[in-house]
Design a protein around this ligand. Structure first.
Ligand code: MN
Ligand code: MN
Length: 299
């Protein structure tokens, strides 16, 4: 990879991590999720970047992909365990990183499990390592603390305008002998759960969508929303609430978005929820694979 490209990737990684820490600092009992998301996303826009995806604030057994709704009144409770997942974008370069905030202080071991899994995975990464070996390290760190790794979530390659490119990095030993390559940009994201099953499933809550392709729609509201999406959010996922400027009335906006989704214009990213109950923790970093190890980009 040429030096100029490398510097752009490092720059987006650095701002992503700063944005993540800023958001993390705002996660407190009684704080409104919508205020935190608005502040975090504004920080990136004011800094000359866009969002690789809307701020994710997923609570307790929610594993990922909750982002505040239009006029969301939800606040954090004092027992919540909160996954904060965020990243910046610039000219197709994407950041992706996450931390867990344990508001009760009662889930320290569970938070430690995903953090240690990430640290062990990072220590294993280098060119030529099999992705299943990384998965094995992740599962060991989590299981040795009495929890389960979430097996149907995992790390991924990060390409230009492509947050989940090619390679999949499992959170357990899945036998995949695909090897990491020097110069590859990847995200590793162990999820640990105290629930009975190490699996997540789609919920019927969906606040995040991506543009899939243009369609013909009759509903004028849907047409206006689609124009806005094609103008502003055609490459990276967006939150429904980002479209409130086009259709201020909440109900009408969701109807329009649903129509666009049904007609194939949008890819939904529904909130993911643990199948076996319990709480979920997550840690995530973006890395550059090198010959002898890796460079953490989101630091
Ligand atoms: Mn990721
Ligand atoms: Mn992420």
């Amino acid at each position: 990879m040429d030096e100029n490209n490398l510097n752009r990737i490092r720059d987006v990684g650095t701002i992503s991590y700063r944005a993540l820490l800023n958001a993390k600092a705002l996660v407190k009992p009684g704080a409104k999720l919508l205020d935190i998301a608005s502040a975090a996303e504004k920080f990136l826009l004011d800094s000359g970047y866009t969002c690789a995806f809307p701020l994710n604030l997923s609570v307790n057994s929610e594993a990922a992909h909750y982002s505040p709704a239009v006029a969301d009144e939800k606040v954090f409770g004092d027992k919540d365990i909160v996954k904060v997942d965020f990243g910046a974008a610039k000219d197709g370069i994407l950041g992706d990183c996450a931390v867990t905030v344990d508001l009760s202080g009662e889930n320290g071991k569970l938070v430690e499990a995903s953090e240690q899994a990430l640290a062990d995975a990072i220590a294993t990464v280098k060119a030529g390592v099999k992705v299943s070996e990384i998965g094995k390290e992740i599962a060991n760190a989590i299981e040795s603390r009495g929890f389960k790794p979430i097996e149907n979530l995992g790390g991924h390659g990060v390409g230009e305008h492509d947050l989940h490119s090619k390679i999949f990095i499992p959170n357990f030993d899945n036998g995949d002998d695909t090897e990491l390559e020097e110069g590859e940009v990847i995200a590793i994201e162990p999820f640990a759960t105290s629930g009975k099953k190490g699996l997540v499933t789609d919920s019927d809550v969906c606040e995040i969508y991506g543009f899939a392709g243009p369609v013909q729609v009759r509903n004028p509201d849907a047409r206006k929303v689609l124009d806005e999406i094609m103008n502003k959010y055609s490459s990276e996922p967006f939150a429904v609430r980002w479209l409130s400027n086009v259709i201020p009335e909440k109900f009408k906006l969701y109807v329009a978005v649903k129509e666009l989704w049904r007609s194939g214009a949008l890819t939904p990213y529904p909130m993911l929820i643990g199948l076996g109950g319990g709480n979920v923790s997550q840690a995530e970093a973006e890395l550059l694979v090198t010959r002898d190890g890796c460079e953490v980009l989101t630091k």
